[in-house]
Design a protein around this ligand. Structure first.
Ligand SMILES: NC(=O)c1ccc[n+]([C@@H]2O[C@H](COP(=O)([O-])OP(=O)(O)OC[C@H]3O[C@@H](n4cnc5c(N)ncnc54)[C@H](OP(=O)(O)O)[C@@H]3O)[C@@H](O)[C@H]2O)c1
Length: 267
């Protein structure tokens, strides 16, 4: 059967879905607000002009496709109007969210922080969380709450070197972009409509631990540590693992430092 996947918001993740999606879909299309510029490496027949803030572009999304929503689902009013325009004319909908939705569940008073699963409270004052929850409850969307994405061109050691993060006791949860791409395809096929799945490699680490591993081989000047006492979060991926197991899949990049050194070697 001929099936179409449309990636709404084709950025970094979409580059990796492209590499593996031909096994599942006969037709994969990519949207951009500037397709001629941002999708220049995609054949013209696979490019779609789409901008959530421009309703005149919404009709460009083909009907009966699987949709992967890969940019923040906000603001709510535009999400609601776009959903009304789609009017259920898609086969499956998977929406990328973020583990930052669980900010309320994180407490600096308890250390190490408790594990957070999909039943934890979300901060529904965050605009994208409002949009995700609307799509989940009203459009049967599967919502993936995604940890920090790393991979080629996105290396946690660089984030430390650039001072974007500092060594601290704060926990961070990560997922390799190749695993995330495969997980998106499994969720499109097997995710339970209206359910949430946390997406991380399941091994939260502190920024102190990661920066110590960075300094071991050499490469980096001393980085300043942080007196930030935030505890961060420890994200449970048990529900994700069960879905992957049922689909005969698994997380390939479960050894962060091995994956980081491979990524470093390809830079
Ligand atoms: N980076 C992380 O560590 C992280 C962690 C957790 C969750 N996430 C989420 O995971 C998803 C995928 O991440 P990613 O790194 O692949 O994102 P990305 O590189 O930013 O790609 C998303 C693309 O969506 C398009 N877009 C943005 N706003 C739009 C709008 N209003 N209407 C239509 N298209 C729009 C943009 O492309 P054009 O400019 O070409 O239109 C953008 O490049 C995102 O939702 C992200 O927030 C990321």
């Amino acid at each position: 059967m001929r099936r179409t996947l449309v990636i709404l918001g084709a950025g970094y993740l979409a580059r990796f879905i492209r590499l593996i999606s031909d096994d599942c879909y006969s037709d994969v299309r990519f949207t951009s607000r500037s397709p001629a510029i941002n999708l220049s490496d995609v054949s013209i027949d696979r490019r779609i002009l789409f901008d959530l803030s421009q309703p005149e572009t919404w009709g460009n999304i083909p009907g009966d496709a699987d949709l992967l929503w890969s940019f923040p689902a906000a603001p709510l009013e535009a999400v609601q109007r776009f959903a009304a325009r789609l009017n259920g004319s898609f086969r499956r909908l998977v929406v990328l969210g973020s583990t930052s939705a669980y900010e309320r569940a994180a407490s600096p008073a308890i250390y190490p922080p408790p594990w957070i699963d999909e039943t934890a409270e979300v901060d529904d004052s965050i605009p994208r969380v409002k949009g995700e929850e609307f799509l989940r409850k009203n459009c049967a969307a599967v919502v993936l709450r995604v940890a920090g994405i790393y991979g080629p061109d996105r290396h946690p050691f660089d984030w430390i070197k650039q001072g974007r993060v500092h060594p601290s006791r704060k926990y961070v949860n990560l997922i390799h972009v190749e695993d995330l791409a495969a997980i998106c395809l499994v969720a499109l096929e097997s995710g339970i409509p209206g359910e949430v799945y946390n997406v991380s490699d399941g091994v939260p680490r502190t920024w102190t631990e990661i920066s110590e591993r960075m300094r071991k081989p050499q490469t980096c000047p001393d980085v300043k540590s942080d007196d930030n006492h935030a505890a961060g979060k420890r994200i449970s991926n048990a529900k994700l693992l069960a879905m992957l197991h049922n689909a005969g899949a698994s997380i390939r990049h479960d050894d962060l430092y091995a994956s980081l050194s491979c990524t470093e070697n390809t830079r």
